[in-house]
Design a binder for this molecule. Structure first.
Ligand code: AMP
Length: 287
């Protein structure tokens, strides 16, 4: 596993790749956990894969009052986790590398409607920041495949839309959410939670699972599902709800549950923002 600290080093590495290599990119902000490793495992299992894991805490996707300053930066332990996982290269660019003109005057990419909903509503420049950095990573790494986590469902859909609209020749694959034993979606931000808040955090997945069960038992009315989830979460004073919605893959609201419905939610627990989502699968014969 080689560590590439700049775009120049990346270019050199890429030039010497054996013919027929399939470059697979797993973009991350570091502070790696088992969820990230699942993405890496998926990438490594690709035939002829040369897996590149990028680690870059992207200033563009943090709002002025968000946790950019305190976001965990633990490169040595990240590298230790990746060693032996079959990764060919870890790309750790600097801000000047990815934004040669400086972030403030950098070219931005915005996916208008989808990127303004849900997370894009409370975090107004978030998806602009995500798309701008992902496109820079794609254009520097030039992968044939991009691996993303369904934990960030809206992010996957926004990046898909961007790549489709801008003719970016990359295959996007998504990996189901990896959870702690009690169901909490793994996240680098879980480490901000106090012991008490960690106990409360499980309520998010419990509420979403309750909705999955209800759909399995015949519930199809989106309003009722959303209201039940909100009521469940509202029982916990430490929780502030940002959104609870059932959407389709284009992030449009739905009225009735369909095969492609996704229940998505975001909450704050004493200042820590958590997101999660689940597919609302219908019994297979139903449409
Ligand atoms: P991040 O470092 O949080 O920007 O995440 C990097 C990638 O890992 C994104 O594609 C995330 O969706 C994915 N990811 C983060 N947490 C999980 C998880 N618990 N399960 C699956 N993928 C995840």
């Amino acid at each position: 596993m080689i560590v590439l600290n700049s775009v120049a080093e990346l270019d050199e590495w890429r030039r010497d790749l054996p013919a027929g290599s399939v470059v697979v990119l797993v973009p991350t902000m570091g502070a790696l956990h088992t969820g990230h490793l699942e993405l890496v495992r998926t990438a490594v299992a690709t035939p002829d894969a040369m897996v590149v894991v990028s680690i870059f805490v992207n200033p563009g996707q943090f709002g002025p009052t968000e946790d950019f300053g305190k976001y965990p930066r633990v490169l040595e332990s990240d590298l230790a986790m990746l060693r032996g996982a079959g990764v060919a290269a870890v790309f750790t660019p600097t801000e000047m590398d990815l934004y040669p003109l400086g972030y403030r005057v950098a070219t931005r990419v915005r996916v208008p409607r989808m990127g303004k909903r849900l997370c894009g509503k409370s975090r107004t420049r978030f998806f602009e920041g995500v798309c701008s950095v992902v496109l820079r990573l794609l254009n520097s790494v030039l992968p044939s495949q991009l691996i993303l986590g369904e934990k960030d469902f809206q992010q996957v859909q926004v990046i898909r839309a961007m790549c489709q609209d801008l003719f970016v020749p990359v295959v996007i694959r998504s990996v189901p959410t990896v959870r702690e034993g009690d169901g909490l979606a793994m996240s680098s931000r879980n480490r901000y939670l106090s012991v008490t808040d960690r106990g409360t955090a499980i309520q998010l997945y419990r509420a979403l699972s309750g909705a999955m069960d209800a759909v399995w038992s015949g519930e199809r009315d989106v309003k009722r599902i959303e209201n039940t989830v909100r009521a469940q979460l509202a029982k916990y004073p430490a929780i502030t709800i940002d959104y609870v919605e059932v959407v389709d893959p284009t992030i449009r609201k739905q009225r009735w549950v369909t095969h492609s419905s996704r229940l998505v939610a975001a909450i704050w627990i004493n200042g820590t923002r958590l997101i999660d989502n689940v597919p609302l699968s219908l019994p297979s014969k139903e449409s």
